[in-house]
Write a new protein. Structure first.
Length: 367
C-alpha cells in the first residue's frame, strides 16, 4: 500500500488539510499511475479536489518523484494573505516599499528557487495578482515590490483549488490564460466517498497514529463499525475521517471500536441507495431526486404541472426565443407557440426581455 503523510507540524492540529493519503482504491491507483508519469517533468500541474482530499500530499509526492526532490518545496496558501500583502509575500519587497517594510525580503518564488512552489487555493488570488503571476511564469523572473530590478528564478509551480475555475473564469474572477498556463497537467482528486477502497486503509493508519500517541494497545473494529465508516459520505474527506478516529479512540471501550462509538456529524446525510459509496450528481439523477420530492409533496395533475414548468423554464433559458425553445424541447414551433400562449407566456401586447417596440408596433424578436 502506497501511503503519503505530511511532515510533522503543530499547525496540523487545527488544519483542514489531509495529513495522509493512500492509493488502495482502483480509482486512486489510476491517479497514482498518472502522477508517476508526469512527476519527472517540469510541467506545471493543476490539482483539483475538495477540501481535505490530500492536494498538498499529492503535490509533495510529485516533487519527491522529480529531479528537484533535493531542492526546496514551498507550500503557500493563497487565501491566507490579504490582498495588500499577497504581492509582497509571493514576489518579495524592497526596503521602504510600503509602511513597515524596514528591510528587503525575498518572496516565496525566490525561496523556492531551484525547487517547487505549491500554490494552494489558487482561485483566491486577486485578478491583479493573477496578471503578475502569469508574467512571472512566462518570463521566469520576479520583480520585488518597490524594485525595478528583475531576479531570475527556476521554479516548478504546482497549483491547487477546491473551486471550479471554469465557473470562476466565466464569472470574470479568474484569468483564462493563467488557467491554461497552470494546467499543463490536470489532476483531479476524487472525494473520499467516491473511492471507498481507501476508507479502511486510512482508518487503520489513523488508528495506529493516535493509539500510539495515547499509549493504547491493539485496537479492533467491529464489522458494523466498518460498514458505518464505508457508508458515510465524508463531506470533510480525509481530514474528517482523521478527526472521527481520534475522537473514537478517546471513548471506545476495551480496545474495540463499535458502531455507536463512531460519532458522525448530525449535519451530514448518509446515503441509503444501492451503492452507498457513490452520489450520482448527473442531470438524470438530480431530476429523479426532484421528482421524488415532487411526488412526496404534491398529489394530482402532476403531469400537467411538470409539462408547464418545463416549458416555462426552457423558454426562460432560451431568452424567450420560441425557435430555440422548440429546438431545446424537441417540439415543433407551432406546438411550442400555442402552448406558450395557453400558459400566458406569449400574448399580444405582452412584452418580454429581448423584445423591442418599433414604429408603434411590437416586434417579437423570437419570431
Amino acid at each position: 500500500m502506497q501511503l503519503l503523510t505530511l511532515p510533522p507540524s503543530s499547525a496540523l492540529a487545527t488544519s483542514i488539510r489531509a495529513t495522509a493519503q493512500v492509493f488502495e482504491d482502483p480509482e486512486s491507483q489510476a491517479l497514482l499511475n498518472h502522477i508517476q508519469q508526469v512527476a519527472p517533468s517540469d510541467a506545471s500541474v493543476l490539482i483539483i479536489g475538495e477540501t481535505g482530499t490530500g492536494k498538498e500530499l499529492v503535490a509533495r509526492h510529485i516533487h519527491n518523484l522529480s529531479a528537484r526532490r533535493n531542492r526546496p518545496f514551498v507550500a503557500v496558501n493563497c487565501g491566507a494573505f490579504s490582498e495588500s500583502l499577497v504581492e509582497a509575500e509571493l514576489f518579495g519587497h524592497d526596503k521602504g516599499a510600503f509602511t513597515g517594510a524596514l528591510s528587503a525580503k525575498a518572496g516565496w518564488f525566490e525561496e523556492a528557487d531551484g525547487g517547487t512552489l505549491f500554490l494552494d487555493e489558487i482561485g483566491d488570488l486577486p485578478i491583479a495578482i493573477q496578471v503578475k503571476l502569469l508574467r512571472v511564469l512566462q518570463e521566469r523572473e520576479v520583480v520585488r515590490l518597490g524594485s525595478r530590478k528583475s531576479i531570475a528564478i527556476d521554479v516548478r509551480v504546482l497549483a491547487a483549488t477546491n473551486v471550479q475555475l471554469e465557473k470562476a473564469i466565466n464569472a470574470g474572477h479568474f484569468r483564462e490564460d493563467l488557467y491554461y498556463r497552470l494546467g499543463v497537467v490536470g489532476l483531479e482528486l476524487s472525494p473520499l466517498r467516491e473511492r471507498p477502497g481507501d476508507i479502511l486503509p486510512l482508518t487503520w493508519h489513523f488508528i495506529e497514529v493516535y493509539s500510539r500517541r495515547l499509549g493504547y494497545g491493539p485496537i479492533t473494529i467491529s464489522r458494523e463499525a466498518e460498514h458505518k465508516l464505508k457508508s458515510y459520505s465524508w463531506p470533510g474527506n480525509i481530514r474528517e475521517l482523521e478527526n472521527v478516529i481520534h475522537h473514537t479512540l478517546l471513548i471506545c471501550h476495551k480496545g474495540v471500536i463499535g458502531r455507536d462509538d463512531l460519532r458522525l456529524s448530525n449535519m451530514r446525510i448518509e446515503r441509503q441507495d444501492d451503492n452507498p459509496h457513490h452520489i450520482d450528481n448527473s442531470a438524470e439523477a438530480l431530476l429523479a431526486r426532484a421528482f421524488q420530492t415532487l411526488f412526496e409533496e404534491h398529489t394530482g395533475a402532476l403531469h400537467e404541472k411538470v409539462e408547464d414548468a418545463l416549458l416555462r423554464a426552457a423558454y426562460r433559458f432560451s431568452h424567450y426565443n420560441q425557435v430555440h425553445t422548440a429546438n431545446l424541447l424537441g417540439l415543433s414551433r407551432n406546438v411550442t407557440r400555442s402552448r406558450l400562449i395557453k400558459l400566458g407566456e406569449l400574448a399580444v401586447n405582452k412584452r418580454r426581455p429581448g423584445e423591442n417596440v418599433q414604429g408603434g408596433r411590437m416586434l417579437h424578436l423570437s419570431i
